[in-house]
Design a protein around this ligand. Structure first.
Ligand SMILES: [Zn+2]
Length: 149
């Protein structure tokens, strides 16, 4: 993996903010837990990903085919599942960061949803929704031109 370095300053209260592009690239969102490990002359941030992929809960999670899922969501799978009708949807989703997948799922379940409504539901700015919409269109364009399988 390519080495990546970013410079961040620690705020008065000990806070560090991570650039949006960095968070999206590494699929870090507001539910992500980071573990700081002191090594010889460096501090390493690792991503602790034990939250449920559906609801972000960290209690009663189990690993199901490499994904963490909470027992509550496992219990509702049979009630809420929808068959995948187009193979491209699966490929499409794999190309997108988690937050964008959430937005994509929102569009699929609420076809006429307005950007400001989606922003409110996802807890992000309307600008971010607009960018996510462009990213989805970009990926969709690549898929329709057969560059990605
Ligand atoms: Zn869950």
């Amino acid at each position: 993996m390519k080495k990546m370095s970013i410079i961040r300053y620690v705020g008065v209260e000990g806070r560090i903010s991570l650039p949006k592009e960095f968070r999206e690239l590494n699929q870090i969102d507001s539910h992500t837990t980071l573990i700081l490990t002191k090594e010889e002359d460096s501090i390493v941030f690792s991503i602790r990903s034990d939250h449920c992929i559906f609801c972000a809960s960290t209690s009663n999670t189990i690993v199901f085919k490499t994904h963490n899922v909470c027992k509550k969501c496992v219990g509702t799978v049979s009630e809420e599942y929808k068959p995948v009708t187009e193979m491209s949807k699966v490929t499409y989703e794999e190309l997108l960061p988690k937050k964008i997948r959430e937005y994509h799922n929102l569009i699929l379940s609420h076809p006429g949803i307005k950007q400001h409504e989606a922003a409110q539901i996802l807890g992000v700015s309307q600008q971010r929704v607009s960018k996510m919409k462009r990213k989805i269109a970009e990926v969709s364009h690549l898929l329709s031109h057969g560059n990605i399988y």
